[in-house]
Design a binder for this molecule. Structure first.
Ligand SMILES: [Cu+2]
Length: 120
């Protein structure tokens, strides 16, 4: 085996080790971070209008606006506001939340876009 082959072989071993480490890091991250809770905006309404989430955990909300017009996710209870362009998805992190009900609404269509997050 010449030096170049030896180096290549070492590199391959390192690469495998690095990939193994990355895989371990990835899987622990997946375990720590819960899947996103999906809220859909359609016809200026939130679906579901009542979203149940676990209390005491950081919550990732994936808010998909299927309308062609922008909407603003607004919640005084959660201290969050975020504009979501039409036909796009935004991620909003909330919590960890104490058990309870946290209302939110779409500021641009407040009459119809109403919802509540229930932490339990
Ligand atoms: Cu969850």
């Amino acid at each position: 085996m010449n030096t170049i082959q030896s180096v290549l072989l070492s590199c391959r071993k390192v690469a495998v080790l690095v990939m193994g480490t990355a895989a371990i890091i990835c899987s622990s991250t997946v375990m720590a971070a819960e899947a996103a809770h999906v809220l859909i905006i359609q016809d200026h309404r939130f679906q579901p209008a009542e979203l149940v989430v676990p209390s005491g955990k950081k919550i990732k909300l994936s808010v998909e606006n299927r309308d062609s017009t922008p909407e603003e996710f607004e919640s005084h209870d959660l201290n969050r506001e975020k504009v979501i362009a039409g036909k796009s998805t935004a991620t909003i992190f909330v919590g960890p939340l104490a058990p309870g009900r946290y209302s939110f609404y779409g500021e641009f269509n407040e009459k119809t876009a109403q919802g509540v997050i229930v932490a339990q």
